[in-house]
Ligand binder design. Sequence first.
Ligand SMILES: Cc1cc2nc3c(=O)[nH]c(=O)nc-3n(C[C@H](O)[C@H](O)[C@H](O)COP(=O)(O)OP(=O)(O)OC[C@H]3O[C@@H](n4cnc5c(N)ncnc54)[C@H](O)[C@@H]3O)c2cc1C
Length: 312
Amino acid sequence: MALKRTWMKELRSRYGNRLQENVAMSNYTTWRAGGLVDVMLPVHSGDDLTEAATLLWQMGTPFKVLGSGSNILVSDKGWSGVILLNRAHNIKIDSASDEPTVWAETGANLGTVSRQVGLRGLSGMEWASTIPGTVGGAVYGNAGAHGGNMAGSLLMAEILHRTEGRSEWPLEKLGYQYRSSIFKREAQPALILAAQIRLQHSTPEAVKEKMAENSARRRASQPTGSCAGSVFKNPEGDYAGRLIEAAGLKGLMRDGVQISPIHANFFLNEEDAPAAKIWELITLARKAVAEHSGVKLELEIELLGEFDRSEW
Ligand SMILES: Cc1cc2nc3c(=O)[nH]c(=O)nc-3n(C[C@H](O)[C@H](O)[C@H](O)COP(=O)(O)OP(=O)(O)OC[C@H]3O[C@@H](n4cnc5c(N)ncnc54)[C@H](O)[C@@H]3O)c2cc1C
């Protein structure tokens, strides 16, 4: 279903040729799959994001903020709404204080922010240097790796709420759980504008060494290619990858999508497969694990648009 003509008229008059129409989401997701969205609007600052979201809320137009698209599977049928492509990437580093911090707009790349603070001899984001998303995606999903995560690093997030406006949310308000937040669990009429992250004084050499160790560990244990990282959350006390492997599916290739032979929780789009084929393999793996181990795996990735959940 296309967006209402009145919405389109308002958006076109407000944003002119900044507005992109009928955009293929396969170009904006790391899985390289997904159909058309009606409208995409790149936003380049927190104010830009605030203005666009406020207008869309006023008009009642469905919208979604997109970072790097590295944790999302978009339906081949696309999605009817506006994608706010978050490219707001200012960062401010306070390295002079005894308790250093970095403040970053949420379109900033998490790895870039972590390397920038590392170059100033500030420790605390080494865990984040290998995660390929934005700060916003990481705050939203409590991203984590190598023993660290957003819940352990965040001091506060600047939130734009539909009715409450702009305010600073302390860590506790984000309701963090493993790879989850209040944003991920309950659709919030709100978005994340910026984040402030706690750091510690160290040296550039020590931070660089830790990041190099983390990258080496990742290169040894995870595949490269078109994917969205871990598809499923690890169930309590176990690993989704181990369970998929135990169900005999590690390395399985079907319709251009492969369960990685290196890490069975990574599903690789090897041959420009449509999202439906990725989803079929995800569904098959979940079913096989339930039959083999009795565990019902939960998705770590997010879905946008229509997917067949009849076998879910
Ligand atoms: C190769 C690879 C390795 C990965 N390794 C890891 C890993 O080690 N650890 C880990 O945790 N994840 C990992 N991931 C998954 C992914 O990179 C993270 O989840 C990342 O934080 C997602 O950020 P993003 O910008 O790509 O989010 P997107 O995929 O663009 O969006 C994800 C969700 O966040 C929401 N969102 C994004 N920004 C905002 C905002 N400003 N306000 C409100 N909502 C917002 C979106 O609407 C969407 O619902 C990996 C992915 C890949 C491809």
